[in-house]
Design a protein around this ligand. Sequence first.
Ligand code: HEM
Length: 137
Amino acid sequence: MITEKQISLIKQNWNGLRGVDPVLIGDVFYRKLFLDAPALKALFKTTSEQQSIKLVEMLNVIIARLERIEELSEDIKHLAIRHVQYGTKPTHYKQVGIALIWTLKQASGSQWNAEIEEAWSTCYTLLSNTMINATKE
Ligand code: HEM
């Protein structure tokens, strides 16, 4: 369950990062991910720039519709199935979540706090559980 307060914290935090170059955000994210989990490198076939832009676009879509996340369930299901094709395993979600939240924290600087971290963590867990469950059906 994600609360209205958490949704508003995520939106505020994400809005504050609007001026940051997506390529920079992506760069930090993939560096952190591949440092923690080098084996995941082999799964990514496109350029890091393309990956970065997709990462930020994806966050835009999700955040814009956080209040109505159920409406995204078909999209999330298809996304989950594509991830199985990319070679993603349920255990990878945790590592990606750690790298994502770490990246948001670095990008946010002094704007960051424990409450924001908790909100993002809830959001990511919700999303990744939805993706993992979608592939089990
Ligand atoms: C909440 C979790 C995640 C979301 C919302 C997400 C979202 C996306 C999106 C939007 C794309 C663009 C391509 C497409 O739409 O099919 C993508 C690509 C990809 N994702 Fe994810 N992803 C998530 C978790 C993961 C995890 C855990 C892994 C495992 C390492 C992963 C690995 C990949 C790979 C390998 C690609 C293809 C890019 C390439 O080949 O360069 N993703 N992801």
